[in-house]
Each structure stands twice: as C-alpha cells, then as structure tokens.
Design a binder for this molecule. Structure first.
Ligand code: PMP
Length: 362
C-alpha cells in the first residue's frame, strides 16, 4: 500500500450525514430534518447580513469583539470569557483537540449528539458511551465510566435527538462527581427553548469552576443555521487554550453582523420560543392521539417511536418525503424505530400530523 495514511481513529469515524435538503419530484418542501428555527431568520439579522456586502473583501475582526460584547449584554456574561466559533460544532471539535488526544477517553451519553464521538476520534482519543435511563442522560452511569484516562465529558442539555434534559441539581451532581482534571462540556444548543423551572444552562457552573464549559449556538432559536455561528462561555484558562487552537478568522464578517442583530431582536426570540412551545404541545398531543409514542421534549423537535406500529419507521419517513415533508431517520443514533421531527409553524405541524394519520391508515 502506498500514499498517506490518516491518523489512527480517523477511518473509524462514521461521517456525519446531515438532514436532507430535497425530495425528487416535489416542489413544495417542508424541511423538518435539521432542527432549524421555524420562523426563518430575524428580519433584523437579514438586514445586517445584507449591509456587510460592500465589506466582504475585508477580513473579519478575528476576536469577534462586537459579537462577544453583544452576547455578554444579552446573557449577562463577561465577554472576556466568551469565544465565538464557526458553528458550535467547531468548538466541540476544538475542545477535543485541546484537551483530549491519543490515550485519552471522551465520555458521552449513549444517545448524545453524534459530533461527540466524531470529535473524540478526530483528536485521536477514544469515545466511551454511557448507557441512559428512559432516553435521558444517566449521571451515575456517566460517573461510573470515569477513569484516569477520561479527559472530557460532553453532555447535551437539552439533548438532541431525545429531547430530554438534566435538571440543574443533576447537572451539579455530575460536575461534583468528576475529578478536577476532567472537563465537563455542557452543550446547551437548545437552551433558549427551555422554560422548565428546574433547568439551568450551565452558566452558574462555568462561573464557579475551572473545569466546565458551556457551548451555545445561533442555529436554533436565533434562526441562523446557515451563518454557522456558535459560542462558548469558558473559564479563563480554557478561553486561553481555545484562542490558541482556533483559526484566526473563524467567524465570518456576515455571521458576526447577523449575530449581533439577532441578539438585539428580543421580540423575534420570544416569538420563536412561544411558537415552538405551541407547535410542540399541539403536535405531541395529536400524534399521541393517533397511537404513536412521542417522547417528551423541551427542544424544537420531538422523537417519535414507530416500534408499536409493527411497521418500519423508514416507511413512514418515505411516505412523508413523498409529500415533501423531510424528517430525520435515527439509525445513526441507534434508534432505528424512531424519526426525529423538527417543529415548524403550527399549521405545518397539522399537515405533518395529518400525513402520519394517513400513513397509519394505509
Ligand atoms: N449541539 C447539539 C446538541 C446540536 O443538536 C447541534 C445541531 N445539530 C449542534 C450542537 C451544532 O450546532 P451548530 O454547529 O449549528 O452551532
């Protein structure tokens, strides 16, 4: 054999396959496969995006200064401890690059976000999955798998694709059980949707401890998935390490401008959140009334289990696709009987529930 050989672990990575973008022969698409915001982008973000057009020959501000300050104002955080990234996927990878590596282990929950094992392997580390209880992160199962080789524990809170979350006290208990050398990464991509009183996004833990990071995204509630914009709130030493490994101009001029405008559009954020709650509640009720199992979710998506129908979930997915409704298959997550359906507008979700009803009759 000749030619360059990738590093150990690289060829063990199952490439991440995103949600579908098209369906042959269908002109009107309902794209509910990638947990994007149902309302589209904030009009103010679109305006800011357009306004930077004349400046795209310029490199962006490598420190994303205005954006970090706007995040600090919006969420009450010290901007010096906020870093911005090309999507939160980027920071999940960079954390593995900076803190895990050959000989190290990266721990996550069985149905945690797929990027965690990919980031671990890309960094040369070994991913270790802990079992869950009722499709929810199991703190004791995670703690039982911590070893002296453990470098990072990734927890999505709320979790994609299960929609479940860990209450603040459980998250604190997870942190308290970790040795100080282990970095706890709280991936709070869906935090802005959650209204449960016992939920905490992780900010308080980051403020108090040196081994906790919280990551966030503009791809969901803020409706900027196509801009690729994420951020992290870090202890000073982690911020320093991330600055060293990130690429110099990792957030584009357009993403910085759109991000600042989206943060200022509080009305849009509240409308997105309220509408999501309305869609999710109504859709969950209707689909349960059809006899399907819908797992409780606090995010902008639900996981629907088709096992009890005795028919493959994939058959339902293809049926929806033929009507232009794109949803996500869950085989890659080890949940082949389930489909994950992103919440669109209430009328759109009526259409999806109607289609599921038709499939069940067929
Ligand atoms: N974390 C979780 C739990 C997610 O579901 C996603 C999006 N699928 C991300 C992180 C990545 O988001 P982005 O890179 O768009 O910021």
């Amino acid at each position: 054999m000749s030619g360059p050989i990738p590093n150990p672990g690289i060829l063990d990575i199952a490439p991440y396959v995103g949600g579908e973008h098209s369906a042959p022969g269908v002109t009107r698409l309902l794209r509910l496969a990638s947990n994007e915001g149902a309302l589209g982008p904030s009009p103010r973000a679109v305006e800011a995006f357009r306004a930077v057009g004349a400046e795209i020959h310029r490199y962006p501000d490598g420190g994303s200064t205005r954006l970090r300050e706007a995040i600090g104002r919006r969420f009450g955080l010290d901007p010096a401890r906020v870093l911005c990234f090309n999507g939160s996927d980027e920071v999940l990878h960079l954390l593995a690059q900076a803190y895990a590596g050959p000989g190290g282990e990266v721990l996550y929950s069985r149905h945690g976000f797929l990027v965690y094992p990919i980031a671990a392997r890309a960094a040369g580390a070994t991913p270790v999955a802990a079992p869950e209880r009722n499709l929810t992160t199991d703190v004791d199962a995670l703690l039982a798998r911590v070893s002296e080789r453990t470098r990072i524990v990734y927890v999505a809170n709320p979790n994609n694709p299960t929609g479940s979350y860990l209450p603040a006290d459980a998250l604190a208990r997870l942190h308290a059980g970790l040795p100080p050398h282990v970095l706890l990464v709280i991936d709070a991509a869906y935090a802005e949707y959650v209204t449960a009183n016992d939920y905490a996004d992780g900010t308080a833990l980051v403020a108090r401890f040196d081994n906790v990071v919280m990551t966030r995204t503009f791809s969901k509630l803020f409706g900027l998935g196509g801009m690729r914009l994420g951020w992290a709130y870090c202890p000073p030493a982690v911020a320093d390490a991330l600055h060293r490994v990130r690429s110099p101009f990792n957030v584009s001029v357009a993403a910085q401008a759109a991000g600042v405008a989206a943060l200022e559009d509080l009305e849009f954020q509240e409308r997105s959140r309220a509408l999501n709650e309305q869609s999710r509640t109504a859709f969950t009720d209707r689909v349960r009334a059809l006899g399907l199992v819908v797992h409780p979710s606090v995010g902008n998506f639900v996981l629907v289990d088709f096992a009890a129908t005795g028919r493959p979930a994939e058959e339902a997915r293809q049926f929806l696709k033929a009507r232009g409704i794109l949803v996500r298959q869950m085989g890659a997550y080890g949940l082949p009987d389930c489909l994950r359906i992103t919440m669109g507008l209430p009328a759109e979700m009526e259409e999806v529930a109607d289609a599921l009803g038709d499939w069940l009759k067929g």
